[in-house]
Write a protein that binds this ligand. Structure first.
Ligand code: LLP
Length: 419
């Protein structure tokens, strides 16, 4: 029957659940390494760690020759912790943002982290504290694309990037501020398909022409889609690469020297590597609708509630029994909000999924939860952050222990008069 699984990464689901508890994010190292290998045509793979910034995942990236992007001081700190440095070409760490907060600026200066600036003010601010800084310009080409309005990163309503017509002004500011503008970056939306890419590549070639010979690196950004639905086709990486490589070659001809090409995927490298293992705690019906209530909510995986994102769902019977029928089912979590539903479309429309018959105690797996799963989770309803486990050849290792209540409360203080 469809949507039934017994194993994750060759390990019995029940054994994983008993050993690590639920809910737990279970990553498979082999899947991540396979995705990295698929992108090897790009001379630089820069992991957008916002998708999954666990130290073990970063260490795995580093071991495989993947460099990282950081979008906050905390993400720079993580990268440093696993041994990345900002030195060299390509730099191990690049900071991408539309503004500097004080923490970020301090770490950037201390560790000489190159910056991919998304706002003109950043050029002047950086020049004041870090003259000679290496800078790339994140350009908003004036159009965008994305799997949801919330992740569309181009066009005039996007807060991201420098408006394309401001490029010359940036170069002038760069000269004035004494920073070294040497690259262009365009990330126009997550989930973009490669048909749309030729427009982006054309925009990059045009921007590069205006930049002139100081251009040394271009970045294609991230946004490589993955097939969240079983029936969706995989992106054709060779076609994707060849479009960008063609653009790079045109740019090299204009610049008269080699130009490095970077790609900056988050989702593509990690999404499919991870299953969110949950347990069904209640099966109930309300007004004719059938519900599986599981022990993970949008505090654990927010994508369905936030974007109406689709994740494949499977069931694993706890007692190994044979399962008969499949039913239209709503899958929901424990939070005190009606929006805490994993089967929903954008706009909060609750839908059903045909799922095998299950009883309380069975396991339910949300697939492709590796990108923007753990990294977007929260303590809403004072629930512990889930555990994370990495399956390798050598065994299954905890890479994040389940949080404790004391850890959640550790920075809260009750003033004396209220105690
Ligand atoms: N580079 C930049 C500058 C970005 O802003 C992003 C994503 C990426 C790379 C990586 O995009 P990816 O390859 O992962 O699609 N939370 C949303 C996605 C937000 C993406 C934000 N920026 C989700 O769960 O789908």
């Amino acid at each position: 029957m469809k949507n039934l699984v017994t194993h994750i990464g060759a390990r019995p689901v029940e054994q994983l659940a008993k050993e690590f508890g639920t809910p737990t994010f279970i990553y498979e190292k082999a899947v991540i390494e396979k995705r990295i290998a698929e992108l090897k045509a790009f001379e630089v793979i820069r992991f957008a760690q916002k998708a999954c910034s666990n130290l073990a995942i970063l260490a795995l990236m580093r071991k495989n020759g993947v460099v990282v992007d950081a979008v906050s001081a905390g993400e720079i700190y993580r990268a440093l912790k696993v041994g990345y440095t900002a030195e060299g070409h390509p730099p191990g760490i690049v900071f991408t943002a539309d503004l500097f907060d004080n923490d970020a600026l301090e770490l950037i200066v201390r560790h000489k982290v190159p910056v991919n600036v998304g706002s003109m003010d950043m050029i002047t601010q950086l020049g004041k504290v870090y003259p000679g800084a290496e800078v790339t310009l994140r350009i908003n080409p004036g159009f965008g694309h994305g799997h949801s309005r919330k992740v569309n990163t181009g066009g005039s309503y996007s807060k991201h990037g420098i408006w394309h017509s401001d490029l010359e002004e940036c170069l002038r500011l760069g000269n004035e501020a004494g920073v070294n503008i040497q690259g262009l970056h365009m990330h126009i939306g997550s989930g973009s398909d490669y048909h749309h890419l030729s427009t982006v590549c054309d925009a990059m070639v045009k921007a590069a022409k205006r930049m002139g010979p100081q251009l040394k690196v271009i970045s294609a950004g991230g946004g490589l889609p993955i097939p969240y639905r079983k029936e969706q086709a995989r992106i054709d990486i060779a076609a994707y690469y060849s479009l960008w490589d063609k653009a790079r070659k045109a740019i090299e001809r204009d610049a008269g020297h080699p130009v490095a090409l970077e790609v900056e995927p988050g989702r593509y490298l990690v999404a499919e590597s991870c299953s969110l293992l949950t347990q069904i705690r209640s099966v109930k019906s309300s007004g004719g609708n059938r519900f599986y209530l599981v022990d993970a909510g949008f505090d654990t995986l927010i994508r369905p509630a936030m974007y109406g994102a689709y994740h494949e769902i499977s069931i694993c019977p706890a007692d190994g029994r044979t399962v008969g029928n499949a039913f239209d089912t709503i899958v929901a979590g424990p939070l005190c909000e009606s929006g805490d539903v994993f089967t929903q479309e954008e706009g909060g429309v609750v839908t059903t999924r045909k799922l095998p018959e299950a009883v309380a105690g069975d396991y339910l797996i949300l697939h492709d939860a590796g990108a923007y799963g753990a990294s977007m989770s929260s303590n809403y309803n004072t629930r512990k952050l889930a555990a994370e486990v990495l399956i390798q050849e050598s065994g299954a290792d905890v890479i994040r222990e389940r949080q404790t209540f004391d850890a959640i409360l550790q920075f809260e203080r009750v003033p004396k008069n209220l105690a």
